[in-house]
Write a protein that binds this ligand. Structure first.
Ligand SMILES: [Zn+2]
Length: 287
C-alpha cells in the first residue's frame, strides 16, 4: 500500500513561514529506523525493552534509569557511555537495549549489540579457513557503530587473545569518541586482581582503566526479574529483592548459618510468591 502522504515518493510538502518546502516524509524516516533497528542485532528477548517499561522500585534502579535517560536524550552530544554493574537479572541489559533502541529511533544512529561471549565466538569463527567472513568484517561494524552495547563483560575469563581483541575494539571506539555501553555481573572492588568475583580479575587492568575513562559507572541492585511469577508485580519484585539481599548477607557467614538461610528462603518460596533460586549471592555465579 502506497504512503498516503507522499505516495511513496519519500518527499512531502510542508509549509515553512508561509512558503512551501519539500521535506523527507515520515514514512522514510520510519523505514530507515526500522532498517537500522533490524541491523542492530538485538536479541528477540530484549526487543521489547524500553525506558518506559523499565520498573525502578529502589534508589539504585531509579538512579540507573536517570543515567540511561540522560544518555539517550543527550546523544550524540555526550562524552561518556555507561558501565552498568550488578547481579544477574536486575535489568542491566534492559536499560542498555532501551538506550540503543531510543537513539536508533530518534537520532537515526547506527547501533549494534553483542553479548561478549557471542562476539568472541563470531570473531574466532572467522579464523576457520572455510569461513568466508574476514575478521575485519565482524570488527568494523562494532568499532564504527555510533553506539555499541557489549553485554555481559567478563563472562569469558580473560586470556591474552581475549584481552587483545577486546582492547582493540574498545580502544578504537575510545579514540573515535564513540559511545559504548557495557554491562557486567562482576563487581567493581578496588585494585585486588586476585579476587575472583571482581571485574578486575575478569578483564584485567588495561581494560578496566579504559572503561573508567570512557564510561560512567552505575551500580544496580534488585531482584532477579526471571524469578518473578507470571502475574507478579512490583510488590513481588521488592520481596524478591529483599530476600536476595538477605541471602547475600548470609552467604558471608559460616556454612551452618548459610544452611539456615537457604532453609528460610525455601520456606518463603512455599507461599507461591517467591520461588527464589538461591545463587549463593555471588555475582556472576548464575546467569
Ligand atoms: Zn510517505
Amino acid at each position: 500500500m502506497a504512503c498516503e502522504i507522499c505516495d511513496d515518493t519519500g518527499w512531502k510538502t510542508i509549509e515553512v513561514d508561509g512558503a512551501s518546502r519539500v521535506a523527507r516524509c515520515d514514512c522514510m524516516r520510519e523505514s530507515a529506523a526500522a532498517r537500522l533497528l533490524a541491523e542492530a542485532r538485538i536479541p528477540r528477548r530484549y526487543q521489547h525493552c524500553d525506558l518506559a517499561n523499565y520498573i525502578a522500585y529502589n534508589e539504585k534502579l531509579t538512579k540507573a534509569l536517570q543515567h540511561a535517560t540522560r544518555l539517550a536524550e543527550g546523544f550524540p552530544v555526550v562524552d561518556r557511555g555507561l558501565l552498568l554493574l550488578g547481579p544477574p537479572g536486575v535489568g542491566k541489559t534492559h536499560l542498555a537495549v532501551a538506550i540503543l533502541r531510543r537513539v536508533i529511533a530518534t537520532r537515526g544512529a547506527r547501533g549494534i549489540f553483542y553479548d561478549t561471549r557471542d562476539l568472541l565466538r563470531v570473531i574466532r569463527s572467522t579464523y576457520d579457513p572455510v569461513n568466508q567472513t574476514a575478521e575485519m568484517d565482524v570488527l568494523k561494524p562494532v568499532m564504527e557503530a555510533d553506539m555499541f552495547v557489549l553485554d555481559d563483560l567478563g563472562a569469558e575469563k580473560t586470556s591474552e587473545w581475549v584481552e587483545e581483541t577486546l582492547n582493540l575494539i574498545v580502544n578504537a571506539r575510545y579514540s573515535a569518541q564513540r559511545t559504548t555501553i557495557f554491562t557486567s555481573n562482576y563487581e567493581e572492588r578496588g585494585d585486588d586482581i586476585t579476587d575472583p568475583d571482581s571485574l578486575l580479575f575478569r578483564i584485567g587492568y588495561r581494560m578496566r582503566s579504559r572503561l573508567h575513562e570512557m564510561c560512567e559507572l552505575v551500580d544496580l541492585d534488585g531482584a532477579d526479574y526471571r524469578e518473578l511469577p507470571p502475574n507478579g508485580g512490583v510488590d513481588d519484585l521488592v520481596t524478591l529483592w529483599k530476600l536476595r539481599s538477605k541471602a547475600s548477607r548470609k552467604a558471608t557467614l559460616p556454612s551452618r548459618a548459610t544452611g539456615q538461610a537457604r532453609a528460610q528462603i525455601k520456606e518463603r518460596g512455599g507461599d507461591g510468591k517467591a520461588d527464589l533460586k538461591w545463587s549463593g549471592g555471588r555475582a556472576g555465579s548464575s546467569s
